[in-house]
Ligand binder design. Structure first.
Ligand code: FAD
Length: 341
């Protein structure tokens, strides 16, 4: 049976705008669950330019993509948002009582009164390596993300790639697997140097293998991998393997958002500029994913949209409660919620 979670608001996307939405909703006492396909928060800021400086966030003359993400996480911590990483929201359904049921590809169900789509340019999806017939092994013995480490326990694992994901999972899975081989096409890595050094130490200690090569072919039965054939400069070879983790980077696709019956404009969700509500009442779209006349795809636009969306969301969740406009500077009530008064 799938896990079922009931909450006020589900936010799809843990990019900067989804994170700030937690703050604005939290000030109004709305409890949020945040779901992201990536394994960490920050969206484009953390995934595409963590170390690049941003110069147009109000009040920060300069902040990096990761720095902004870290600050947002600190700012929203008082509201205790619950994060669900490495899962894609695949289904969105409006129920008879006006609430919503969301489903993820990790077999979870979320029931909520308000849905906030902060899905940016769409879902980051893994690039599939050019290996013939790999589709028939996907989600059975070939995975593009590690959802549950236990799925890799006592397995013969082959990890392919030279970036942070490949190296991080090499280091994290090594203690629980039966065997682990890291395969990369060259002897230079994009991953953090500290991880590369740790990986080299494990190779030197005989705890894992490292091979220079590329995956040419898979062999197995009914989607269960048995062998991985590699093309290598030193001569082709075959590795016994029960799990393959290719990390070939990510592309952005609109993904399932397109199938939820929302009015779209050129693959973006049409919203009003009073509440940033979509064509389905109770479903809001903020940040890069939305469209309205004059839209600028800037982080600060998404922050403004989050503030107005939250007021409208409050009316849906607590229709009988009057919302009094307050400043965080002067309201003891708000300061108590932030844990500073
Ligand atoms: P995103 O950051 O795209 O986050 C959306 C998240 O939603 C992603 O993590 C994605 O995985 C997740 N998601 C999508 N669909 C699903 C689904 N179905 N299920 C689960 N999760 C899902 N903006 C500025 O204001 N100033 C700048 O200087 C600036 N510089 C930039 C430099 C670069 C190189 C790039 C690429 C962008 C830059 N931007 C800048 C743009 C800025 O990054 C975006 O405006 C911002 O990231 C949008 O935030 P978001 O939260 O709307 O979406």
């Amino acid at each position: 049976m799938s896990n079922e979670i009931t909450t006020d608001v589900v936010i799809i996307g843990a990019g900067p705008v989804g994170l700030f939405a937690v703050f604005e909703l939290g000030l109004l006492d709305l409890k949020c669950h945040v779901i992201d396909i990536l394994d960490r928060p920050g969206g484009q800021c953390a995934e595409l330019y963590p170390e690049k400086p941003i110069y147009d966030i109000p009040g920060f003359p300069v902040v990096t993509g990761q720095g902004l993400t870290d600050n947002l996480l600190q700012q929203i911590a008082p509201f205790g948002p619950e994060f669900h990483y490495s899962r894609m929201v695949t289904g969105l359904e409006k129920l008879e009582d006006g609430s919503f049921r969301l489903t993820t590809d990790a077999d979870e169900t979320f029931l909520c009164k308000v849905v906030v789509i902060a899905a940016g340019g769409g879902s980051f999806q893994p690039k599939r390596p050019p290996v013939p017939g790999i589709e028939e092994y996907e989600n059975k013995s070939v995975f593009y993300a590690v959802r549950k480490m236990d799925d890799f326990r006592d397995q013969d694992v082959v990890i392919v790639g030279g970036g942070d994901s490949a190296l991080d999972w090499t280091l994290n899975l090594q203690p629980i697997v039966r065997s682990l081989t890291l395969v990369h096409r060259r002897d230079a890595f994009k991953a953090a140097p500290a991880s590369v050094n740790q990986m080299k130490e494990l190779v030197a200690d005989g705890k894992i293998n490292f091979l220079l090569g590329q995956v040419a072919r898979l062999e197995g039965t009914d989607g269960q991998l048995e062998n991985v054939h590699l093309t290598m400069q030193a001569g082709d070879t075959t590795l016994p393997a029960t799990r393959l983790l290719p990390f070939f980077g990510l592309t952005m696709k609109l993904g399932p958002v397109a199938d939820w019956g929302l009015e779209l404009n050129d693959n973006l969700i049409s919203v009003d500029t009073e509440k940033f509500q979509s064509s389905v009442p109770g479903v809001f779209a903020i940040g890069d994913i939305n469209h309205y006349p004059g839209k600028l795809k800037l982080i600060l636009s998404g922050f403004h949209e989050a503030a107005l969306m939250a007021q409208a969301a409050k009316h849906i969740v607590d229709p009988d409660q009057r919302v009094v406009f307050q400043y965080t500077t002067s309201s003891t009530k708000l300061q108590k919620k932030l844990g500073v008064a």
